[in-house]
Design a protein around this ligand. Structure first.
Ligand code: OXD
Ligand code: MN
Length: 588
């Protein structure tokens, strides 16, 4: 449908006060931000401490992605699969029609054309988001290539339409609230066959910035399935060894498990260098040479703030030194930001405003920043932004890492025997839940490929697609696949591995393995490092970090048999064979 026809149709349905077609200019950003400052939604930060930056806080019930309200409305229920919520598309359209009828009354309807991926990449795709949230406009300006440039590339036949409303129409004369949202009535809906997105009731993150999870993962994964490529929840990093040789790795970890930290890592190993291509999403295609190439469809980082510090991630701290939007962190007296893990507060520290916008009481036992508080910042501000990050062809991937947050059982790192075994490793990921999604924290759940909340079709078909991708190239050209776990704890609950910059020691082994160097020992679960470079690091129990507890892994197998059953006949035979082979090796 031509863009203009679609805009008119949505305006007629939603009845906004006015329509604004975004050009993506800095002037437009500044004007919208100034208006939000006037209305008290945004607080400008101290220009001497953090120039051109803003603080805001959301409604306390609108703080994370809402997976229970997220739907894949394929024509057939089986095509959404057992891991997605599903409703019949016609039934869902009736619901949406009612919800969106008049939902933008009294508000501006913004039309945001945006490009996912470098502007001139053959792999980039165009979306248009309609929203009644000026906060979304500002965030989309940072997170995507947005406005006129995207509009020029728009092809009426193939843009991905997305409609978003906070779900709070204003009656004439009614005063707006700072963070309008409708927590009792939230719907994040995808129609994969139509390639359309509808989102209602939330103004936060992946619920509202439709280019990110809704388009670049859920809809894109269905396109990738059809067209023979991969849309993944993965960071992309460049890694250079002391000899100046460079490789690229992609890594999938569940939300809030340290993707941004790994993507911007400062190696503790001398002479090694990391550069960042992306911290959340990778679109990967085979090149003519049979290698897998990745682009980052995003243009910014929507990173978790708590825990980020000059110790854990100095590059992120430098990235967010200016021109950043902070959501749900604490505000200091001199109008800067603060969060748990940033630096120690002393008894004499000046008082804070908590993420709720109220004076913070340290004796409350509650955090000053919400655990899923975020910064939104342009990727270009990252001091180690990779020079190839905007390469339209992408960067060649030598290794793929899967991982989760596991206190026990899963060793620090191991290598798959081959592609199919690697796919099995991706499918077998379980991780403890985090604050990135609404719900209980710290509960172990299956999160295959870190895609559980983001796969837009039947996860069984997704596993089969990964196996199929491995048949498109030869084993020496395919990336090698690894499983990592930075999060093992000892009996006293202390982490066994320091993580962060010291993860470079694991990356070094992987780098050398992809060069057919670096020694490994076969184990029933995969190939373990013979040793790691622990130079300069004391008190590391490497034996424990790399140990394989056969009984625990047999338990893991039982668990996986049960989990795989969920997919019925959509589970590819190849995965069941891998699981049986693992059990066989463990029982030997
Ligand atoms: C994210 C997430 O925001 O995964 O990246 O939740
Ligand atoms: Mn993510």
């Amino acid at each position: 449908m031509p863009l203009k026809t679609w805009i008119d149709e949505i305006a007629a349905l939603c009845c906004p006060k006015r329509v604004h077609l975004c050009d993506g200019s800095q002037e437009e950003f500044d004007a919208i931000a100034a208006e939000m400052v006037r209305s008290g939604v945004l607080v400008p930060l101290n220009p001497h401490k953090r120039p051109h930056s803003f603080w805001c806080h959301s409604h306390p019930d609108d703080v994370a992605r809402v997976e229970e309200n997220t739907f894949i409305c394929s024509q057939k229920k089986e095509d959404a699969g057992p891991t997605n919520n599903w409703k019949d598309p016609l039934e869902m359209k009736q619901i949406l029609k009612k919800l969106f009828h008049g939902c933008m009354k009294g508000r501006t309807m913004y039309v945001i054309p945006y490009c996912m991926g470098p502007l001139h990449s053959p792999f980039s795709r165009i979306g248009v988001e309609i929203t009644d949230s000026p906060y979304v406009v500002l965030n989309m300006k940072i997170m995507t290539r947005m406005g006129k440039t995207a509009l020029e590339r728009l092809d009426a036949a193939s843009f991905i339409p997305g409609v978003h409303s906070v779900g709070v129409p204003l009656q004439p004369g009614q005063k707006d609230v700072p963070w309008p949202c409708n927590p009792m009535n939230r719907w994040i809906v995808h129609f994969p066959e139509e390639r359309a997105i509808w989102s209602y009731g939330s103004g936060y993150g992946g619920n509202a910035l439709l280019g990110k999870k809704c388009f670049a993962l859920r809809i894109a994964s269905t396109l990738a399935h059809k067209e023979g490529w991969l849309a993944e929840h993965m960071l992309i990093v460049g890694i250079t060894n002391p000899a100046g040789e460079k490789k690229y790795f992609a890594a999938a970890f569940p939300s809030a498990c340290g993707k941004t930290n790994l993507a911007m890592l400062t190696p503790t190993l001398p002479g090694w260098k990391i550069e960042c291509v992306g911290d959340d999403i990778a679109w990967m295609h085979f090149g003519a040479d049979g290698r897998l190439y990745a682009i980052n469809p995003e243009a910014g980082y929507f990173g978790v703030a708590p825990g980020t510090s000059f110790k854990t991630n100095p590059n992120a701290m430098r990235t967010i030194a200016h021109d950043t939007i902070f959501t749900n962190v604490a505000l200091t007296e001199d109008k800067d930001v603060w969060w748990e893990g940033m630096e120690i507060l002393s008894a004499s520290s000046p008082p804070l405003t908590s993420w709720l916008g109220t004076p913070y009481d340290p004796a409350s036992g509650k955090p000053a920043a919400y655990p899923n508080a975020r910064f939104t910042v342009s990727a270009k501000q990252c001091p180690i932004y990779d020079k190839e990050a905007e390469n339209p062809q992408g960067v060649p991937i030598s290794a793929i890492l899967f991982g989760g947050r596991r206190a026990s059982t899963v060793p620090l790192v191991f290598e798959s025997f081959n592609w199919n075994h690697g796919v099995f490793l991706g499918a077998s990921v379980s991780s403890e839940t985090t604050a990135a999604s609404k719900g209980e924290m710290g509960r172990l759940r299956h999160d295959p490929f870190a895609m559980l909340p983001f796969c837009g079709y039947n996860m069984g078909d997704y596993f089969a697609h990964w196996l199929e991708m491995g048949r498109k190239s030869s084993s020496e050209k395919l990336p090698r696949i690894y499983y990592v776990n930075w999060f093992q704890k000892d009996n006293a609950g202390q982490f066994l591995w320091p993580g962060f910059g010291d993860n470079s020691r694991v990356l070094k082994w992987i780098f050398e393995r992809t060069d057919h160097k670096g020694e490994a020992i076969d184990s029933p679960i995969g190939r373990l490092p013979k040793t790691l470079d622990l130079h300069g690091l004391q008190g590391i129990n490497l034996d424990r970090l790399l140990s394989v507890d056969r009984n625990a892994w047999l338990g893991e197998c039982d668990e996986l048999f049960g989990y795989f059953k969920l997919f019925g006949d959509r589970l590819p035979q190849g995965l069941m064979e891998e699981l049986k082979a693992l059990r066989g090796r463990l029982e030997q």
